[in-house]
Design a protein around this ligand. Structure first.
Ligand SMILES: [Zn+2]
Length: 189
């Protein structure tokens, strides 16, 4: 069970001060206390906000549970701590299916990773879109150069832009690439 929990909770190391004492800063040392049917035995680590995470044992089924400091604190301050703390062992009478409000640390991290992944995907899509747009613009500029050779040839041949037979850039774009290559190959520049 301990290994399973260690798999769920990112590897965290208790902090110690220079005298080798566990350093908790402004947080109360909860080790040794019993709160809401759980015996807290040691610091399991820190969350991202550097708040302690505690390893506790369910006094009902003896399974190890991990609780955030704030969770234990609110249980300790509650008149009904057993309504705040629940065992993570589904077979235990103290178990309650986690609700959104009791997200575990791993749920939070998973959500954070998913958020990060979505942000990266969105950024990648934006980069792809910008690159595609730039490529389209460059291709259009190249095509315009090719067209201008043809437009100038039309003018030299006496077909003026106001003439209805004058091939516009829009019509040039609609004509086949094969045809465009063919006419360009006949133009002496
Ligand atoms: Zn239990």
């Amino acid at each position: 069970m301990r290994d399973r929990l260690l798999g769920l909770v990112p590897v965290l190391h208790p902090d110690f001060n220079e005298r080798g004492e566990m350093f908790l800063g402004n947080y109360a040392d909860l080790s040794g206390y019993s709160i809401g049917g759980f015996k807290i035995f040691e610091l399991a680590g820190r969350d991202r906000a550097k708040a302690p995470i505690w390893r506790a044992m369910c006094q009902q089924c003896r399974q190890e549970n991990i609780f955030a400091h704030a969770k234990l604190k609110s249980a300790a301050e509650s008149k009904a701590a057993e309504q705040v703390l629940f065992c993570q062992n589904a077979a235990c009478s103290r178990y309650r299916k986690p609700t959104v409000r009791d997200e575990t640390l791993s749920d939070i991290r998973r959500a954070e990773r998913e958020e990060q992944r979505q942000a990266e995907l969105a950024a990648q899509r934006e980069r792809d879109r910008a690159a595609q747009h730039a490529a389209n613009e460059a291709a259009l500029r190249e095509e315009k150069k090719r067209y201008l050779r043809f437009a100038n040839a039309q003018i030299r041949a006496g077909v003026m832009p106001e003439d209805e037979n004058f091939l516009t850039f829009e019509r040039w774009l609609k004509s086949s690439e094969h045809w465009r290559q063919e006419v360009l190959s006949r133009i002496r520049t």
